[in-house]
Ligand binder design. Structure first.
Ligand code: NAD
Length: 481
């Protein structure tokens, strides 16, 4: 069986524990590789390597422009390895190969964009209130940054942190999800082959308590960039705060996709179906609550059900497949449990509601695209993040009603609004509590557009120019003239 050692200081690192754990292919429903089970001493070696690269290695002596050029070469390296990286991700995660190729092909843009920013990091000269001083600020890299990622989009969510961190001049230790480590290790190998100096980016694989916790505690780590569940996020934020470290948290969601009666229903139905069933619903921005105006409720539900019913499930490597497996065994069980909860709460099952036993799904962890109607927003199926192919349909009467239901959530990550009324589009985008509102579109993301959550969906923003600030410290220099 293929083995993935950790990656520290430019080379493979075997686990100090001598232990390995299996990583599973969700389509086969069985192990396909082994990953090093890291621990505290591996974390220490990785953080030490990152700190040396920061303070003594070539990274610290590069000009800002040269650093940007390295990031551009990294982008070229990724672009030359799209198929390899995409296939690894499909193997571990079960994402569709076509989608993954697109996602990996987009990754270089993060490194080019932030590479372009790295020599535009400027301090300011302060107009002083006291005579005899020249006072200015320098923007300096924060230091060694820990990046902790989830299993649902390992490479993309990593790039959102890695590219601005490197542009700022930081060095990095990554702890990928224990369910999807392989593509991250391969990405760092590709980055180094393209010219990234050894030790600038390191990967320690393993479990949260064994790798994540000592990484956050490590005295040389200055910041934690985390994407994952709100439960883990609370824990990590508290741990980082106790150690007086900065953190950004990108957490879960229960995003409303709101369809008004005046919407282009063809576009809306497409947006609703792909908004929930793309990535098998395992997306933080999944439009998992369909809020639909009563006047078009029956028509929209009928069309959404009809389109979802025909979704082709099967091998994610197959170009024809539209819905792949659930990524992990525990997540598969969790999705089925939530289907049971919704039924017990009295929601009406309009589609799916069971494991897929189609021959093309083999032994994989497949759940039929599932739609519940008659959902009350107070039900658990409307309040809690399922993170799977399950849509809850909730009717509303008017704009005020839609806003009330949309905002009646602990989360606030994304929201969709489908309407042909421009005034309504503006009003809704102002009134909805969410980090991102999409109008007549859904799920679009870009390196240029800030992304993050309000309320329990997170703290901080990724992407866009200001993401670099998350990895910089301001130093003020007073000179007595
Ligand atoms: P998770 O919180 O279980 O794990 C995320 C990472 O944290 C993993 O690498 C895990 O090993 C690590 N971890 C767990 N316990 C830890 C600890 N005590 N200390 C340090 N690290 C620890 O999340 P998941 O199940 O991998 O991912 C799914 C979640 O991620 C969903 O809630 C989803 O909404 C969220 N997510 C959010 C965004 C966003 O940008 N807002 C994007 C994608 C996914």
């Amino acid at each position: 069986m293929q083995r993935f050692p950790m990656h520290v200081d430019g080379g493979d690192r075997l686990p100090a524990s001598g232990e390995w754990f299996e990583t599973e292919d969700p389509y086969q429903g069985s192990a396909w590789a082994e990953v090093a089970r890291g621990g505290g001493s591996d974390v220490d070696a990785a953080v030490t390597a990152a700190h040396q690269a920061l303070t003594r290695g070539p990274w610290s002596t590069l000009t800002h422009t040269a650093r940007g050029l390295v990031l551009n070469r990294v982008a070229d390296g990724i672009a030359a390895n799209i198929d390899r990286l995409a296939e690894l991700e499909v193997r571990d995660n079960g994402k569709l190969l076509a989608e993954m190729r697109g996602q990996v092909a987009y990754l270089p843009e993060w490194f080019r964009y932030y590479g372009g920013l790295s020599d535009k990091i400027e301090g300011t000269v302060i107009p002083m209130d006291k005579p005899g001083y020249f006072t200015f600020t320098r923007r300096e890299p924060l230091g060694v940054v820990a990046i902790i990622t989830p299993w649902n989009s390992p490479l993309m969510l990593l790039a959102w942190k890695l590219a601005p961190a490197l542009a700022a001049g930081c060095t990095v230790v990554i702890k990928p999800s224990e369910f999807t480590s392989a593509s991250t290790i391969e990405l760092v190998r590709v980055m180094e082959a393209a010219g990234l100096p050894a030790g600038v980016v390191n990967v320690v694989t393993g479990f949260g308590a064994e790798v994540g916790a000592p990484l956050i505690e490590h005295p040389l780590v200055r910041k934690v960039g985390f994407t994952g569940s709100d439960t883990t996020g609370r824990h990590i934020g508290a741990q980082a705060a106790r150690n007086l470290k900065r953190f950004t948290l990108e957490l879960g969601g229960k995003s409303p996709n709101i369809v008004f009666g005046d919407a282009d229903l063809d576009a809306a139905v497409n947006g609703v179906v792909s908004g929930i069933f793309a990535a098998t619903g395992q997306s933080c921005i999944a439009g998992s609550r369909l809020l639909v105006q009563s006047s078009v409720h029956d028509e929209v539900v009928e069309r959404v059900v009809a389109m979802s019913r025909t979704a082709r499930m099967g091998n994610p490597m197959d170009a024809e497949t539209q819905v792949g497996p659930v990524t992990t065994r525990p997540q598969y069980q969790k999705v089925l449990d939530y289907i049971g909860v919704a039924q017990a709460e009295g929601a009406t099952l309009a589609l799916g509601g069971r494991p897929a036993d189609r021959p093309e799904c083999g032994n994989g962890w497949f759940v039929e695209p599932t739609i519940f109607t008659g959902v009350d927003n107070g039900m658990r199926i409307a309040q809690e993040e399922v993170f799977g192919p399950v849509l809850a349909v909730i009717p509303f009467d008017d704009e005020d009603d839609a806003v009330r239901i949309a905002n009646d959530s602990l989360y606030g990550l994304g929201a969709g609004v489908w309407t042909s009324d421009i005034g309504r589009a503006f009003r809704m985008s102002e009134r909805i509590q969410a980090g991102t509102v999409w109008v007549n579109t859904y799920r679009a993301v870009s390196f240029m557009a800030p992304f993050g959550g309000v309320k329990d969906s997170g703290i901080g923003r990724e992407n866009g120019i200001s993401a670099v600030d998350e990895y910089l410290e301001t130093k003020t220099v007073w000179m007595n003239t």
